[in-house]
Design a protein around this ligand. Structure first.
Ligand SMILES: *Cc1c(COP(=O)(O)O)cnc(C)c1O
Length: 443
């Protein structure tokens, strides 16, 4: 079993997280249940931050909150002195309600609406990562109406696509995000931003992908960004105060996943930036990064109760759980792989491989295809590991299945941070059908 963070097997043979028995958690809060090991989140945040501190580089570590967003998570991030990335009015609203200082919020997205941008400018958030020409226009209009200046970064598409173990240099990137470098669009955007009285261009941003296990993609992206910065200095007089190199730092989901430690990514990013900065004789800019998955991904575990089983001799043994693609759509959406274990009998000898099925009415609603488990019976508790990122945040009500509850655990105690959705919650927005007067048709 993949024991990570504070996870261990206790004397009763149960999986324990944050010093709390998962069997007790399941009894207390019901299943499916998301359990977050907050000590592990704190450790990761500290690892990213201390790597910058050790190098004496000014920085911001912004939690990419789309990975897992709720009031308590924003408050935890705030207590760890993280900045916050949001990508919608809903995330912005939640972060503000949670008490995050507006200056520490950065707003991303390729189609921010007028309402969303107005909300962000009204709240005086720290910076908006401008994604396209239309947004630059809107920002100027809104800022001018409000008599204010908006701090922005420009999102660049450096033409580097990083995958788990390799990266692809595409030169000209076919992406819905950001300003393309190769075509000169990025240069045009810099010119617009510098010419505008309503915009204060802090610097540039790039994000090359997700679940990245190597540093070469970052190194290449930094090189491509500096290939532009140099002529921008010469022709436009622009020197960035901030360079944001995004997120995407990988985590271990299954055996064979080999992520680097947070400080390895950070130190390589710093080293590479320093090299270019020194060659140009510039001051070192502030460096920002945006980890999402690597802060919360492996801190999350989902507890499911096992229900029906189906054995197809010589084919497969299915076990069905009380959740599925409604609380974790990643296997169905991306063919994402996970590991798990029997939480209530974690030391029992492995009997066979099982296929873990969700309860949604889709054949594709499979969580894990080949999980080695002991002999299983209905009512057993299954722990699925590393579900903390893009699990709850992508949860949905397909089949009108209520979304699970979420708890934080640490030092032997648990706290409910998101209540389980009720059937009443499911119909709260529904309006009754108003019967029309019946008209009969005759020809
Ligand atoms: C999604 C995203 C991130 C976070 O990605 P992770 O893989 O969760 O670290 C960071 N920055 C931007 C712009 C993103 O879109």
């Amino acid at each position: 079993m993949y024991e990570h963070g504070t996870m261990k097997i206790n004397a009763a043979g149960h999986i324990e997280i944050g010093g709390v028995d998962t069997v007790k958690l399941a009894h207390q809060y019901g299943t499916p249940l998301f359990v977050y090991d907050t000590a592990l989140i704190k450790e990761r945040a500290k690892a990213f931050k201390s790597a910058f501190e050790e190098e004496h580089v000014a920085f911001q570590v912004a939690y990419a909150s789309k990975a897992f967003s709720c009031i308590a998570m924003y408050q935890l991030a705030k207590s760890l002195d993280l900045s916050i990335d949001v990508v919608s009015g809903g995330e912005l609203y939640t972060a503000l309600k949670a008490g995050v200082e507006p200056e520490k919020i950065h707003f991303h997205g390729n189609n921010k609406s007028i309402e969303e941008l107005t909300m962000a400018i009204d709240a005086k958030i720290g910076c908006i990562v401008a994604d396209n020409f239309y947004e630059l226009e809107l920002l100027q209009q809104i800022a001018s109406k409000h008599g204010t200046v908006v701090q922005i970064l420009l999102r660049l598409t450096p033409g580097v696509e990083a995958h788990t173990h390799e990266f692809i240099s595409t030169g000209q990137e076919d992406s819905k995000f950001g300003f393309d470098l190769a075509s000169g669009q990025a240069t045009e955007a810099v010119r617009i931003a510098l010419d505008s009285k309503q915009l204060k261009l802090l610097g540039v941003h790039s994000h090359i992908g997700s679940q990245i296990f190597e540093t070469d993609g970052f190194v290449l992206a930094i090189e491509k960004v500096f290939d532009q910065l140099k002529p921008w200095r010469e022709t436009l007089g622009f020197v960035p105060e901030v360079l944001n190199f995004g997120g995407g730092f990988g985590i271990r989901y299954i055996e064979g996943d080999t992520p680097l430690a947070p400080n390895v990514y950070v130190k390589e990013i710093i080293k590479e930036t320093k090299k270019h900065v020194q060659a140009l004789g510039w001051e070192m800019p502030e460096i920002w990064i945006e980890p999402g998955r690597s802060l919360v991904g492996d801190a999350g575990t989902t507890l499911y109760s096992i229900g029906s089983t189906k054995d197809i001799p010589n084919v497969r043994r299915y076990l069905s759980v009380d959740g599925g693609m409604s609380d974790n759509i990643r296997p169905a959406l991306y063919d994402a792989k996970y590991e798990g274990a029997l939480a209530n009998r974690a030391t029992d000898p492995i009997e066979d491989q099982f296929a873990i099925a969700g309860k949604c009415c889709e054949s594709g609603d499979m969580l894990i295809w080949d999980l080695p488990l002991p002999q299983v019976k209905p009512g057993d508790l299954l722990a699925m590991f590393c579900t903390g990122a893009y699990g709850y945040s992508m949860a949905n009500n397909y089949n009108r299945i209520p979304r699970p509850a979420v708890v934080f655990v640490e030092d032997g105690s648990s706290q409910l941070i998101i209540k389980r959705e009720t059937y009443q919650d499911l119909i709260n927005l529904d309006q009754p059908y108003k019967m029309q007067e019946v008209v009969s048709f005759e020809n």
